[in-house]
Design a protein around this ligand. Structure first.
Ligand SMILES: O=P(O)(O)O[C@H]1O[C@H](CO)[C@@H](O)[C@H]1O
Ligand SMILES: [Mn+2]
Ligand SMILES: [Mn+2]
Length: 405
């Protein structure tokens, strides 16, 4: 029986979606602009990387073809093979928003049918009664922040005051999120998680997708650094997902990275959460070794998004893509007859785009394995085609509204 591994390269979009203008993202193109930056010499960083974007394995599987199908433009500095070795195409998101939960849920066969709630005010973003409730429930002396911010910038700005006053730093973005940053030791990690759990309940009626704990360490401005203990408290998906169907049929599920958090730990099987793309990739390989027939491994690699996309760091993003690419043959070598591997993304996060937020983009879709016939799968009208295809491949039937290819 077949096994499947699905890897979400968080934020690795491949060109503005048709409705990108509704999000201020017309013209955004995460992969295209990274390739362009590298080709123009703007992707160089001493000691890190240099020159055109080099992704030989992803390109061999069909990545450059997928990007070109999405945007109509070639990826700068990349020579395409005549015939890719994988199945390749791109996905269009039908859910509202451009955040991680909607992207992942739709990939898993559960597009989001409702509008998320957002904190739209740039300053004093949270309603006064919500702030009062957070303060009361957390027995806090108050909160800091209360605005739209980049998570690293706001720590630089407010961490010293946080340490002095004990007030956690609360902030948001264009996504449906309420994030709480606090010192992992001085405020306490468990206390931060508990505060997030309580806040999760408070924002449920506002249809806020996630409350995110952002613990950090350090004592002075130069030394503040977020730790790997980030934790997302999401609402559960609003309908059946591929994970639910697999779990109901007794299939083994291993999830790597923040998949557990994103699906509110529903049918997320054995959860493994190492820190950093490289460690998560190794964990995925190890999971594959012990995944039985019929099993499913679902992986999210978040560094692309959190370390490079939101930080608008094109050279760093390019280096992370190249590192992932270089590790791919080790995944291919572990696939057995009947297995399928898929690589996709949940939204864009163009590091050359204004601001620090996600971008509404198409996502590349690559599928490969010893028995996966290569070829164009074209434009997929919903990310949900992935769950539909994987459900069929794994013999549990089509899951969700997508169309299998
Ligand atoms: O700037 P940081 O804290 O990384 O926050 C980013 O991470 C959140 C979740 O991906 C996004 O909504 C964005 O605000
Ligand atoms: Mn994401
Ligand atoms: Mn993000």
């Amino acid at each position: 029986m077949a096994r499947a591994i699905l890897i979400v390269l968080d934020s690795v979009g491949c060109g503005a979606a048709r409705d990108a203008h509704l999000y201020g993202d017309a013209g955004a193109d995460t992969l295209g602009h990274i390739a362009q930056a590298c080709s123009d010499g703007r992707g160089d960083r001493a000691g890190l990387r240099k020159g055109p974007l080099t992704l030989p394995n992803l390109v061999r599987l069909g990545l450059a073809h997928a990007c070109e199908a999405s945007t109509g433009k070639p990826l700068a500095g990349i020579v395409k093979p005549v015939a890719p070795e994988g199945q390749y195409g791109y996905g269009v998101e039908i859910s509202q928003g451009k955040d991680t939960p909607s992207g992942h849920w739709e990939i898993a066969g559960c597009p989001v049918p409702f509008q998320w709630g957002y904190f739209t005010a740039l300053e004093n973003s949270f309603p006064p009664d919500l702030v009062a409730a957070i303060v009361k429930q957390g027995a806090l002396p108050g909160i800091l922040g209360n605005k739209h911010a980049s998570g690293t910038a706001i720590i630089d700005e407010l961490a010293e005051e946080h340490i002095r006053t004990g007030k956690p730093i609360c902030y948001t973005s264009v996504d449906s999120v309420l994030q709480i940053a606090a010192h992992e030791e001085l405020f306490g990690l468990e206390r931060l998680y508990e505060l997030c759990r309580k806040t999760r309940l408070l924002v449920d009626p506002l249809k806020i997708g996630r409350v995110i704990a952002r613990p950090f360490l350090g004592r002075t401005e130069d030394a503040f650094k977020r730790t790997g203990n980030r934790k997302d408290f999401a609402i559960p998906p609003p309908g059946e997902t591929l994970l639910d169907r697999l779990a109901a049929q007794g299939r083994m599920i291993i999830t790597v990275g923040k998949i557990g958090d994103i699906f509110a730990h529903r049918a997320t099987g054995e959860e493994i959460k190492p820190f950093g793309n490289a460690a998560m990739f190794e964990a995925a390989l190890e999971a594959l070794e012990r995944l039985p027939d019929g099993g499913f491994c679902f992986v999210n690699l978040v560094d692309f998004d959190s370390e490079y996309g939101h930080r608008r760091d094109a050279p760093g993003y390019a280096a992370a893509l190249e590192a992932f690419d270089a590790s791919l043959p080790r995944l291919e070598a572990r696939l057995r007859s009947g297995d399928i591997a898929m690589i996709t993304a949940d939204h864009g996060n163009d590091p050359t785009w204004p601001g620090t937020d996600h971008t509404r983009e198409h996502t590349p879709i690559l599928a490969f394995g010893p028995d996966v016939a290569p070829g164009l799968i074209g434009r997929r009208e919903s990310f949900a085609d992935i769950a539909a295809t994987l459900g069929s491949w794994l013999g549990i039937g089509v899951v969700g509204p997508g169309r299998p290819w």
